[in-house]
Write a protein that binds this ligand. Structure first.
Ligand code: PEP
Ligand code: MG
Length: 324
């Protein structure tokens, strides 16, 4: 297998019947290694910006952020890099911004904090847009959206940051803005969200947690947390259909995208791209090159009719076995 994966280097992620699925890299965690991904990916599909905030004793200033984002943007330039705005709260606390809640995953997190503290959000957006000057490969992504009004309000703030920079005579350009779909409410309002933004990306880690009502980090219920649950697959299909109404591209950037058993199903749904940690890139490239889009579609039809995740896994394990 290792030898076969080695042979995938430099090849395109394309099905046997010619559908290309660009593979992107997730970056930003301490465990993320970029060395392989830098060559093998078509860009960054999710950069988690939390680390820059977690590893210091106060909020990083605008210039510190500019430097960090610019480094990432230029190493991938001209390939696109999606910077996600700060997603603290939930399982990601900041030592110098303490607050305590009995239900942090249902509490103050992601864009909810951004809207209550626009100064933190505006500084980050200004830094992102400044970092992109002369490069033009920045895209901005908003986490944990659960209301359409949040999208409108955040876009107004982004516009404000941009206008200020123009006023200050920076030669900036307005980047594409997208939303993470990771809360069930956003799935049911996918049309309203899609028409407001440039792209969508499915965060299957949180989407699974909130759809199945199971804490993604609680070992006691770890066996119930299954992102191949048919309900999760149906939700993603619905996202793809809703996005298609407005011709918005859909990516998957949660762990599911790096799972070879699931990637084929995502392909069958018509997802436009996948984003994953570097360690999964060659494996996923290999499965995509082993299947046709038509076969992926028929496997998806079968999976969507199943009642539980175990059956879906069984189906996909067999399909991969048949492939050798
Ligand atoms: C997700 O929720 O699927 C995701 C990609 O974001 P994070 O894991 O950082 O919450
Ligand atoms: Mg998430």
């Amino acid at each position: 297998i290792a030898v076969e994966l080695e042979a995938m280097k430099g090849l395109k992620a394309e099905t046997t019947d010619g559908t290309a699925i660009p593979l992107y890299l997730n970056t930003g965690l301490i465990s993320d290694v970029m060395t392989l991904g830098l060559e093998e990916s078509e860009g960054v599909g999710l950069h988690r910006t939390e680390l820059l905030y977690i590893t210091r004793d106060r909020f990083p200033g605008e210039d510190v952020q500019v430097e960090s984002y610019r480094q990432l943007l230029s190493s991938f330039n001209p390939r696109p890099v999606i910077l996600r705005t700060l997603d603290i709260g939930g399982d990601k606390p900041l030592p110098y911004f303490p607050f305590s809640e009995s239900n942090p995953f249902l509490g103050w997190r992601g864009v909810r904090i951004s809207l209550d503290h626009p100064e933190i959000f505006l500084t980050q957006i200004r830094a992102m847009i400044r970092a992109d000057i002369g490069l033009n490969n920045l895209q901005i992504m908003l986490p944990m959206v659960s209301m359409v009004s949040e999208v409108d309000e955040l876009q107004m703030l982004i516009q404000r940051a941009y206008d200020e920079l123009i006023e200050e005579e920076y030669e900036v350009s307005m980047p594409p803005v997208g939303v993470m779909i990771e809360v069930p409410a956003a799935v049911y309002q996918i049309d309203e969200i899609a028409r407001r933004v440039d792209f969508l990306s499915v965060g299957t880690n949180d989407l699974t947690q909130y759809l199945l009502a199971v804490d993604r980090n609680n070992p006691r219920v770890a066996d119930i947390f299954d992102d191949m649950h048919p309900a999760v697959l149906r939700a993603i299909s619905q996202i793809v259909e809703g996005a298609a109404l407005y011709r918005r591209p859909v990516s998957v950037c949660g762990e599911l995208a790096g799972n070879p058993l699931a990637a084929i199903l995502l392909l069958g749904m018509g997802v436009d791209s996948l984003s994953m940690s570097a360690g999964s890139l060659l494996k996923i490239k290999w499965v995509i090159r082993s299947f046709s889009r038509a076969r992926a579609k028929s496997l998806l039809q079968a999976a969507l009719r199943m009642t539980d995740a175990r059956q879906v896994r069984g189906l996909m394990e067999k399909a991969l076995d048949d492939m050798g």
